[in-house]
Ligand binder design. Structure first.
Ligand SMILES: Nc1nc2c(c(=O)[nH]1)N[C@H]1C(S)=C(S)[C@@H](COP(=O)(O)OP(=O)(O)OC[C@H]3O[C@@H](n4cnc5c(=O)[nH]c(N)nc54)[C@H](O)[C@@H]3O)O[C@H]1N2
Ligand SMILES: Nc1nc2c(c(=O)[nH]1)N[C@H]1C(S)=C(S)[C@@H](COP(=O)(O)OP(=O)(O)OC[C@H]3O[C@@H](n4cnc5c(=O)[nH]c(N)nc54)[C@H](O)[C@@H]3O)O[C@H]1N2
Ligand code: SF4
Ligand SMILES: [Mo]
Length: 726
């Protein structure tokens, strides 16, 4: 930290997406003057974007929740934390006594994943309550990857970052890094530019996407696939690879290759080609180029996960990497051990949840249930019905499927507590609004991402400004609430007394760090990892690449019984066999498919409204192929009605070349309102929420993720429209 007069410079990183860009923040008093990329950050400043640059607009957002707000009738009144703890604890305890611990449910959204302290302490509260009804954003995001990692590698947390800088052949499926950056369950700052750099040096880039995305436009080969059919394309590649003996011995032990080899060999390339809509010659060509490349990787992101066969797709992509020796080899998908053994630590401290949902009897994935089930778990009467909810940094009514049903369900709860910076649609029925903090107001070390880095990199995030006066950190709120409920924090007896003792000690000595806080956990995790020292991390304000990349650690990190990658898990094999005998019926009522799309200037359901973003159109149009527009007699900008089995809505069309006929796309996250709890006003969100059209009952059977990117719809010119006049 440098300082001159009341100005100071703080080095940290942006927490909006997993690029975690290094930032140089100039602060005057408690005001942010500027946020710039930190050019001294050895890893991550180059991805820096307008979202990170405008982050202070969220800090000073005019509708920000600055105090605990208590609902009184249909308005909110400012309250105190004391009253909030007392009231929420009393109500939750009463619900638990009357209906049991599972009557208290929770949903945690994407930004909580970027707040290590918040997420660890929130789980501590849920463990104190003892509820199994925990829902989270993974079930509308990356659950398929967790399922595949668990089944093939023996741990839900064993992700393999893309080793971009060594790669000569990129097969990228269902991702648009030009808009969204490269990361997912991997932290690869500036990943896309690094792919382009490799391309300039001769690497091949193959992009598979039903949309002619901005990423697809840069590809050496672009394959316009039918939505949801990547499994058939990859199986086609495996067919060629096994038929032509292009598979290679693997550096990481593989077990049970034969079942998938047999299926791939016996599959008909003609059949697979018609299923995925990619010509046989193209499948053949890409399979040969991929297998023969000295260094290659296949990577699949949300365009694969947001489909009914997303887990089978992710599994086959991993099989493709496995049988061509791309697991933990240079230029493939590398295991980064990080500075702590996250798999070991979390398998001993947080054993997998055995809880199942009441109505569908479904298991938890990575400890959490699927958002798609939440509305019914709240509204269906019976024992263990959810009566109270805590929604933490999430907006599932907009970002999840069929938000209208969830909104209706949330309305009927006995208690809804929302912890957020802004009151949005998912919080409009909240009884309590608890202020969230912004990442610029927090500090800490995000230990959970240590094994997701594409290099052995670590950076302690420094705090730029203080939270608004009196606002407590999320972690403090969760811990204090458990204590107010008189339930054992972390689910362990004696912890509450210990916490109280440390708080007393801090008060008596005047040394605040003596009160139990997240730094203790970070220190413990780093120290027991025995690879680097916590104090050395603090010595590197710009971040620290603490060692060289290694290959070959996956072998010893696998948690499977035979210490080998399970190539043909029986449940996946049998699902694949079923897929191969199923024939897609043409949907005559809803003949088009709506797929995903993201814009650079927004973040899921938030930031669309910020002045620092470039969303001048204040809407997300519906992209449509010129031939489809012509067949439907639609002109550019015309307002159409889009209908699915679940709902319908209006949007203007945008005619775009490339991609597939019959595939339309629209960005999610629009149509999200901002509520001002103090004034009691709503500023209407921009655009329309396309996720209202998503059927919450159609899920990937393994990951429980809904088909956010595969919505059957029909389109017609809107009879009349208020939008068109505006
Ligand atoms: N159709 C379609 N739907 C999608 C997707 C898609 O590709 N297509 N993508 C899905 C994906 S990948 C994701 S991750 C989900 C996101 O789903 P969610 O995480 O449920 O929703 P977000 O829209 O990200 O809302 C995040 C909320 O967190 C609040 N917030 C931000 N920072 C903080 C903070 O530091 N503290 C607190 N307390 N609150 C904070 C914001 O104000 C906002 O209300 O959406 C999914 N939905
Ligand atoms: N600006 C911005 N950046 C973000 C976010 C944001 O909201 N805004 N969100 C962040 C989050 S939470 C996440 S998880 C990541 C997600 O990052 P990505 O996974 O890269 O997400 P998208 O940019 O939506 O790209 C998904 C692509 O999949 C394609 N697709 C759809 N269906 C199919 C299919 O069946 N097969 C194939 N092969 N492709 C398909 C879509 O056309 C789209 O181009 O982005 C992160 N970065
Ligand atoms: S939002 Fe932008 S600045 Fe922030 S981490 Fe992501 S890419 Fe970097
Ligand atoms: Mo996400």
């Amino acid at each position: 930290m440098e300082s001159s007069s009341s100005r100071k410079v703080v080095y940290s990183h942006c927490h909006y997406c997993v690029s975690l860009c290094g930032t140089k923040i100039t602060v005057d008093g408690n005001k942010i003057v500027s946020i710039e990329p930190d050019r001294e950050n050895p890893m991550s400043w180059r991805d820096f974007c307008r979202k990170g640059k405008s982050a202070d607009e969220m800090v000073s957002h005019p509708a920000r929740i600055l105090k605990p707000m208590k609902r009184v009738g249909d308005r909110y009144e400012e309250s105190t934390y004391e009253e909030a703890y007392l009231d929420i604890a009393t109500k939750l305890n009463k619900i638990i006594v009357e209906h049991g611990v599972d009557a208290v449910g929770s949903y945690s959204g994407n930004p909580l994943g970027f707040d290590f302290a918040g997420s660890i302490f929130f789980n501590g509260l849920l463990d104190a309550i003892g509820t199994g009804n925990r829902f989270w954003v993974g079930s509308i995001d990356q659950n398929n990857a967790h399922v595949v990692q668990d089944t093939m590698f023996g741990s839900e947390l064993l992700s393999l970052p893309a080793d971009i800088d060594e790669c000569n052949f990129f097969l990228l499926l269902g991702m648009d890094p030009v808009q969204s950056k490269f990361g997912w369950l991997e932290v690869i700052p500036d990943g896309w530019n690094r792919v382009l750099k490799r391309q300039q040096q001769g690497a091949q880039v193959v992009v598979v996407d039903p949309r002619f995305s901005d990423t697809a436009k840069c590809a050496d080969t672009y394959l316009s696939i039918l939505p949801g059919q990547d499994w058939a394309f990859v199986l086609g590649m495996l067919h060629i690879i096994f038929t032509e003996n292009l598979d290679q011995p693997s550096a990481t032990p593989l077990s049970n290759i034969d079942p998938i080899r047999e299926i791939a060999l016996n599959a008909s390339l003609t059949d697979l080609s018609s299923r995925c809509g990619i010509a046989e010659e193209l499948i053949q060509d890409v399979a040969r180029r991929f297998a023969k490349a000295d260094r290659a990787m296949a990577v699949a992101h949300t365009g694969i996960s947001h489909h009914a066969n997303g887990t089978i797709g992710e599994w086959l992509v991993t099989v493709l990497n496995a049988v061509t020796n791309r697991l933990d080899t240079p230029g493939g998908r590398r295991l980064e051990r990080g500075y702590m053994d996250i798999v070991k630590i979390f398998s001993s401290f947080a054993p997998p949840s055995t809880h199942r949902t009441r109505l569908k009897n479904l298991p938890a994935i990575a400890g959490y249930h699927a958002l798609a089930e939440l509305a019914d778990e709240i509204t269906t009467p019976g024992e263990n019905q959810i009566k109270a909810m805590m929604i933490v940094s999430g907006n599932p009514v907009i970002s999840g499927p069929d938000g209208d049903s969830l909104d209706e369900a949330l309305k009927g709860l006995d208690l809804l507590v929302a912890v957020d910076i802004i009151q949005r649609d998912s919080h409009r029925h909240a009884d309590w609004l608890i202020p969230g903090t912004h990442f610029l107001e927090r500090e800490g070390l995000h230990c959970l991402v240590s094994g997701m880095m594409d290099k052995p990199f670590v950076q302690y995030a420094n705090k730029a400004v203080n939270p608004p006066p009196g606002v407590q950190y999320e972690w403090e709120f969760f811990m204090n609430l458990a204590i107010a409920m008189k339930r054992p924090y972390l689910g362990k007896k004696g912890v509450n007394s210990f916490i109280k003792f440390t708080k007393l000690l801090a008060r008596i000595t005047g040394k605040s760090h003596l009160a139990f806080n997240p730094r203790w956990i970070e220190w413990l995790l780093v120290t027991t990892g025995r690879r680097i020292k916590y104090k050395d991390i603090l010595k590197h304000p710009h971040g620290w690449i603490y060692s060289k990349k290694r290959y070959g650690d996956l072998r010893t990190t696998l948690r499977t019984k035979d210490n080998a990658v399970q190539v043909s898990p029986p449940e996946f094999i049998s699902a694949l066999k079923n897929l191969l005998i199923e024939n897609e019926k043409e949907d005559t009522e809803f003949p088009m498919i709506m797929v995903n799309k993201r814009g650079r200037e927004s973040m899921n359901s938030w930031m669309n409204d910020l002045p620092g973003m470039n969303n001048t159109e204040r809407n997300s149009p519906l992209d449509i192929h010129p031939d489809d527009a012509q067949a439907l007699n639609l002109h550019q900008g015309q307002i159409v009605t889009i209908s699915s089995k679940v709902s319908s809505m209006e949007a203007p069309i945008n005619i775009v070349d490339g991609g597939r006929r019959g595939v339309i796309s629209m960005a999610h996250g629009w149509g999200s309102s901002i509520y001002d709890p103090v004034k009691g006003t709503i500023s209407q969100g921009y655009g329309t929420n396309r996720n209202r059209l998503v059927d919450r009952h159609q899920l990937d059977q393994f990951s429980q993720v809904p088909s956010l990117s595969g919505v059957p719809v029909k389109i017609e010119a809107a009879a009349h429209s208020a939008m068109e006049q505006g």
